[in-house]
Design a protein around this ligand. Structure first.
Ligand SMILES: Cc1cc2nc3c(=O)[nH]c(=O)nc-3n(C[C@H](O)[C@H](O)[C@H](O)COP(=O)(O)OP(=O)(O)OC[C@H]3O[C@@H](n4cnc5c(N)ncnc54)[C@H](O)[C@@H]3O)c2cc1C
Length: 481
C-alpha cells in the first residue's frame, strides 16, 4: 500500500476517534427520564409489548377510537431504544418495501396497498401536528442516485416507468446531479418528489407519542420491564409474565419486531439484521458550499441505487447521517446482544465509504456519533402480521428498513386482528397470507452470508444477478434491509 493511501486511511479513521457510541437522536434534550418498571401485578384490556413505533402507534390509534380502552404498555429498556430510535429517519409512503415488492408479491392488491400507504402517512403527520410533536419533519421526498453509468441506465428505465404511471419524479443527469451535490460518485439521480415522503428525527416521534399516551390518555407505561412468557388463562384472558410481575389482560399485542420473542411464531417470521450508522458534526456554511448539498434547493434525502445501499441525509442542524451499505450483519443464532452495537470494523468501513463519496470533507469533518440498530427482516421483505390464541394475541413485525411509517399501519393491522374495529384491511392477502419461515441454524446464517456476498457481487457487476440470487428470486425468497 502506498504511503498516501495509508495516510488517507488514517485520516478517515481519525475522524471516528471521538465519536460517541450512541444514536445521534438519543443525544437530545427531548430525551425523557426512564419510567419506573413494573413492580407487582397488573390487569388491563390490552397489553402492548414493546415501546417502539408499533407499540406506541397501537396505543394511540386505539385510544383515539376507543378512549375507555384500558391499556398497559411494557418496554424492556426504554421507549425508543429499539430500531424506532435508531433509524435513518426516512419517512416513506410505502407500507410494503416499495412498489416493486408490492408488484412481485401482492400484484392483485397494488391499489389497496397504495391507498392504505397514502392514508397512513397522511394520518401519521396529522397526528404529529394534532399533538404538537416536533419531529423535525422535512418534506424532501427521496432521491435515488446511480453510482456508475450502468446503474444510471437502469435507474433511467425505472424513472420512465414511474413517469408513465403519472408519478411526480424528476430526472437528474450526471451534470445536473453533480451541480446539486458535488461528488464525482454520482452518475444520475431520480428524485421522488411527490407525496409526503421526507425525513424526521425518529426518537422525537417516540418520545412525543409516549408523552401523549401518559399525559393525555393515561396509558400505564412500564419501562425496564420485559415479557418473559405469555399464555392463555381460561377462555377470555391472557397471562403475561414479566420481570417485576404478572399482567392479566383480555388481549396482547406483540410489538417486539426484531427482538427474540417468547412467542415462537413471531420468531420464525423474522431475523435480526444489524445495521450501522454514523453522524457528522454540524457542517459549517463553507463545508456546505463545498459539497453543494444542504443549500435550500438541494436538501435531498439520498439512497444509492444498489442492493446493499447506503442511505444518507441532512439533519436540521446541518449534520450528515450515513448508514447501510455492506456494513449490515446477521450474527449467528439471532444475535441481538447490545454488544454488537460497538462494531469498529463496520464503523470504519462506513467512514471510509463516506470519504470516498465526499473526499472534500476528508480532514475537515469528524464524526460525532456512531451506532447500530436491529432491523427485522422477513422472507417477504415487508411486515408480517399474525394472530394466535383465538384472536387474543396478535403481532406485526418484520418491516425491514422501511418501518418508520409502515409500523403505524402494522399497529393498525394488529389491532384489527385482535377485533378492535376491523375493516376490509384484514381480508387482504397482504394480511392473511402466511410468510415463509426462516430456515433453522446453521442454514440460516450460511444462507444470509452467501446472499449478502452475492448481492455485493451483483452490485459490482452492473446489477447482474448470479445463479444463487436467481434461485432465490424464483422461490420468492431473499434478503433485504
Ligand atoms: C439502523 C436502522 C436504520 C433504519 N432506517 C430506516 C429508515 O430510514 N426508514 C424506515 O422507514 N425504516 C428504517 N428502519 C426500520 C425502522 O426503524 C423499524 O422498522 C421500526 O422502527 C420498527 O418499529 P417497531 O416498534 O416495530 O420495533 P422497535 O423500534 O425495534 O421496537 C421494539 C421494542 O420492543 C422492545 N422489546 C423487545 N422484546 C421485548 C420483551 N420481551 N418485552 C418488552 N419489550 C420488548 C424492544 O426493547 C424495542 O424497544 C431502520 C432500522 C434500523 C435499525
Amino acid at each position: 500500500m502506498c504511503s498516501d493511501t495509508v495516510k488517507n486511511m488514517s485520516k478517515q479513521l481519525d475522524a471516528l476517534k471521538d465519536a460517541a457510541l450512541m444514536p445521534l437522536w438519543h443525544d437530545s434534550d427531548a430525551r425523557p427520564e426512564v419510567l419506573p418498571a413494573l413492580a407487582g401485578n397488573e390487569a388491563c384490556d390490552l397489553l402492548i409489548v414493546g415501546g417502539g413505533f408499533t407499540g406506541l402507534w397501537a396505543a394511540i390509534q386505539l385510544k383515539e377510537r376507543q378512549p375507555d380502552a384500558d391499556i398497559v404498555l411494557i418496554e424492556k429498556t426504554f421507549v425508543g431504544d429499539g430500531a424506532s430510535g435508531r433509524n435513518g429517519g426516512f419517512l416513506s409512503t410505502s407500507i410494503a418495501h416499495g412498489e416493486s415488492n408490492v408488484e412481485a408479491r401482492f400484484a392483485n392488491e397494488t391499489e389497496q396497498l397504495e391507498a392504505a400507504g397514502e392514508q397512513n402517512i397522511r394520518e401519521l403527520l396529522e397526528t404529529l401536528e394534532r399533538y404538537n410533536i416536533d419531529a423535525r419533519y422535512e418534506q424532501v421526498g427521496e432521491t435515488e442516485v446511480a453510482l456508475d453509468e450502468e446503474a444510471a441506465g437502469r435507474l433511467y428505465e425505472e424513472y420512465r416507468a414511474l413517469k408513465n404511471d403519472g408519478e411526480d419524479v424528476v430526472w437528474f443527469d450526471k451534470q445536473a446531479i453533480r451541480d446539486n451535490i458535488k461528488t464525482d460518485s454520482f452518475f444520475a439521480a431520480c428524485w421522488h418528489r411527490g407525496g409526503q415522503d421526507g425525513v424526521v428525527d425518529p426518537a422525537r416521534i417516540c418520545w412525543g407519542l409516549r408523552e401523549v399516551l401518559l399525559n393525555r390518555f393515561a396509558v400505564r407505561i412500564y419501562e425496564g420491564t420485559e415479557m418473559t412468557s405469555v399464555k392463555p388463562l381460561g377462555k377470555d384472558e391472557m397471562l403475561t409474565v414479566c420481570t417485576g410481575g404478572e399482567i392479566r389482560s383480555n388481549k396482547v399485542l406483540v410489538a417486539t419486531n426484531a427482538y427474540t420473542s417468547p412467542v415462537g411464531k413471531v420468531n420464525r417470521c423474522v431475523i435480526p439484521i444489524w445495521d450501522y450508522q454514523l453522524a457528522t458534526e454540524p457542517l459549517t456554511d463553507q463545508q456546505i458550499e463545498n459539497i453543494g448539498w444542504g443549500l435550500p434547493e438541494s436538501r435531498h434525502a439520498l439512497a444509492d441505487y444498489n442492493n446493499m445501499f447506503h442511505y444518507f441525509r441532512l439533519t436540521k442542524d446541518k449534520r450528515i447521517t450515513w448508514g447501510g451499505g455492506g456494513a449490515v450483519r446477521y450474527y449467528f443464532n439471532r444475535g441481538i446482544d447490545p454488544k454488537y452495537m460497538d462494531a469498529p470494523a463496520r464503523h470504519e468501513q462506513l467512514a471510509r465509504e463516506f470519504f470516498d463519496m465526499f473526499p472534500q470533507l476528508e480532514g475537515e469533518i469528524r464524526f460525532s456519533h456512531k451506532w447500530g440498530g436491529i432491523i427485522a427482516t422477513s422472507t417477504r421483505f415487508c411486515m408480517v402480521p399474525g394472530v394466535a390464541y383465538n384472536g387474543r394475541l396478535a403481532w406485526s413485525v418484520g418491516y425491514t428498513g422501511h418501518g418508520v411509517s409502515a409500523s403505524r399501519f402494522g399497529a393498525r393491522v394488529a389491532l384489527e386482528l385482535l377485533g378492535y374495529h376491523p375493516s376490509d384491511i384484514v381480508r387482504l392477502k397482504f394480511v392473511t397470507r402466511k410468510a415463509i419461515p426462516w430456515a433453522p441454524e446453521p442454514v440460516r446464517w450460511l444462507g444470509v452470508r452467501i446472499t449478502q456476498f452475492e448481492l455485493e457481487r451483483a452490485d459490482r457487476n452492473g446489477g447482474k444477478r448470479g445463479l444463487w440470487l436467481k434461485l432465490l428470486d424464483s422461490l420468492g425468497l431473499g434478503f433485504a434491509c
